[in-house]
Ligand binder design. Structure first.
Ligand code: A2P
Length: 269
């Protein structure tokens, strides 16, 4: 017999907007990525973010903004996160396992989208740390390769191990059955470290103002006629990058007013 206090089946879905974790990968003791099921109704533009999280101890959802790292065509959603030991959300989120549920509010927004940029020939993606997440989506989106002749991904981290998520993703793209042919040799990758020994070193800002990245890649300097930029990193990085890009003559755009570059803060737990 069924006990009288058995909750109705609906109560099983304890979390509002619950999605199920399908895989988790730890890249360093400070970085991990994970994939979750995608709500059937969720439409988003590559580069946008959503609010995700867990139920807090007080019974209220504990949510943070996370860029969707997977492309719009993917049937799952991917996220890339830091682990903050005493971070309210990431101290717990870092322990998720396949089969666990997270909360995902299906309201994607953001400025790192193609629509916020005027047409151009080269797209520069500038990220520090987990700021590469929205670009992990855009680099897997066919539209990126339809719109631009060249895409340059500059990613800076303190240590080489922190570049791995991006490196693996980017190196796998030419073999990707869906977009490999479109990527071809259009995508140039320029990873640097600022603390570790590595093939290329230095802050993104410095490598742009010194001209080192143009020399290393054999590209002309950034001009407002040809080049477009998307920036995602820490507050200090974003501020300094704005000055660098404005120095090249680029103006900041928005969804409602497209221009030559756009900026969004990388989100932290
Ligand atoms: P650096 O090691 O020289 O500070 P963080 O972990 O502090 O967010 O930094 C991630 C990466 O972003 C590091 O490589 C760091 O370089 C770089 N970075 C931090 N602030 C800036 C800035 N204002 N301009 C350029 N790069 C920055």
């Amino acid at each position: 017999a069924i006990p009288a206090d058995t909750p109705p089946a609906a109560a099983h879905k304890a979390l509002p907007d619950a999605q199920t974790v399908t895989s988790v990968r730890h890249w360093t003791d400070r970085l991990f990525s994970f994939r979750v099921t995608r709500p059937r109704s969720l439409r988003f533009r590559s580069g946008e973010f959503v609010m995700i999280g867990l139920m807090g101890d007080n019974g209220k959802p504990l949510l943070r903004a996370y860029s969707i790292a997977s492309p719009a065509w993917d049937e799952e959603l991917e996220f890339y996160s830091i682990k903050v030991p005493d971070g309210p959300l990431t101290s717990k989120l870092q322990h998720i396992q396949p089969g666990d549920e997270i909360i995902l509010r299906p309201k994607p927004v953001g400025t790192l989208v193609h629509d916020a940029l005027l047409p151009g020939t080269r797209l520069w993606l500038f990220a520090t740390g987990t700021g590469i997440a929205p670009f992990a989506s855009l680099m897997r989106d066919p539209e990126t390769y339809e719109r631009y002749d060249q895409i340059i991904m500059m990613h800076a981290c303190r240590e080489a191990a922190e570049l791995e998520y991006g490196r693996e993703l980017i190196e796998s793209l030419p073999e990707d059955p869906l977009i490999g042919e479109m990527v071809g040799d259009k995508l140039k990758y320029y990873p640097t470290t600022t603390q570790d020994d590595f093939a290329h070193k230095g802050r993104i800002t410095d490598n742009l103002t010194s001209g080192k990245v143009f020399a290393d890649l054999g590209l002309p300097p950034i001009t407002p006629g040809a080049d477009r930029g998307m920036v995602c990193g820490s507050l200090g990085f974003n501020t300094d990058m704005k000055a660098v890009l404005e120095g090249f003559g680029l103006r900041e755009g928005a969804n409602s007013d497209p221009a030559e570059y756009v900026v969004e803060k990388a989100f932290v737990g």
